[in-house]
Design a protein around this ligand. Sequence first.
Ligand SMILES: *Cc1c(COP(=O)(O)O)cnc(C)c1O
Length: 491
Amino acid sequence: MSQSYPPDQSLDPEHWDTFRAQAHAALDHALDNLQQVRERPVWQVVPEAVKQELAAFTFDEPAGTAQTLADVERLILPYATGNIHPRFFGWVQGSGTPGGVLATALAASMNSNVGGRDHGAVYVERTVVDWARRVFGLPEGAGGMLLSGTSMATLVALGAARTVKAGFDVREDGLRTGPELVVYTSTAAHMSVEKACELLGLGRRSLVRIPVDDHDRMDVRALDLQIAADLAAGRQPFCVVATAGTVDAGAFDDLQAISAVCHAHQLWLHVDGAFGAWLRIVPEQAHQVAGIELADSLAFDFHKWLHVPYDAGCVLVRKRAHLEQTFAAPVSYLARGARGLAGANPWFCDLGPELSRGFRALSVWFTLREHGSRRLGEKVLENCRQAQYLAAHAPSQPHLRVMAPVASSVVCLRFMPEGLSDDVLDALNADIVADLQEHGWAAPSTTRRHDHVVIRVNITNHRTRLEDLDALLHFITASGTARLATLHSGA
Ligand SMILES: *Cc1c(COP(=O)(O)O)cnc(C)c1O
């Protein structure tokens, strides 16, 4: 008896040879993008027509591989953020690597779901998490996982802190009962700490902001006094979030002193080391993160200063059991096996909120393996030296001032000719930054220092050379001078 099957209707290519040629061409295009990045503008605005065309896709009928690739090359690839460019200095972003392109494509070919089960990707993720554990000096028994970034890592870590320190069963009862829980961080801390407190149901009011000194470091004595005052008022302090590398000025809290305060009051110490934690792998700079090994939890990114392609953040918790206590939930459809594919307990879904999770770890592993941590650390140190170079040379430009001490990768500048009001200077500096971006010359960003708008230059970029910083100073002066002329001509 013969049975007839329908023709092959999978989503695989009908003609693999054709697909292969298209794939090779696409990879070449991606590599051209990287190899020639220096010759292109840092950034360009997405034209209205392109936005409209993108918004109009309905996806009803198949376009096929060739047409889809052509769309990507025309409508998407030209309009990158710019953070692969040597003169991208905005916010804190990593530059990616050509190897990262390969790792991403190879991981996609495996299409691993790393929520759990017994397969290679799990061991790769365990390897990179354990490498990080050793780098940051946490004991065996610590655990963690990759997440989209430090924002998610901080959310997960504070979730664990809340479970462990609440003193009542938060998972069962939520926050309906129990005392008022309090978290502390500095006024220079990242807004992701605030978001985490909101999402955990603690509310923004539970987050107390401790003032900083003139180097943007948390005032540890003020922290101690505030904790004592809150205890006296019947609140329940449970966690301090210290920052290793603040976003505005790249400053480092005194982790040892903060840890001592946490220890005295039995509080959980979480460290936000999104980019700054990596000073740990730079012998000349590691003193700035001394005490990071005392943290109960740590959040940091591989996608910023280590240049792993987006997205790749990481949470580490001193006792892995605290993550399991917070997130593990036995259910029959996720039963573990002593043998077969359902082995390799614990699963990553026991350690965090995600069940389906991609193979981020391959990009991390690939980058570490390909370049080695010593070389990556040398690039971090080079950026720190470049920041010092920029701060040293900026004052020789007309009207340019350095507005904050430079501790790591961040330099805050302000173009401030005499005789202009603060408001005018604020607008002028914001305009200079937008000018540089729109010309495609360079892409710093802005922030405020002591309530003044400043040009914020962050150098976490393995492609930046000193000549790029000279060019940046030249562009700032050119734009500032041109704008000043317009102001004076009474326009
Ligand atoms: C970037 C950053 C974050 C947020 O990290 P994501 O990876 O963007 O979620 C938190 N804290 C600091 C200090 C940062 O620089």
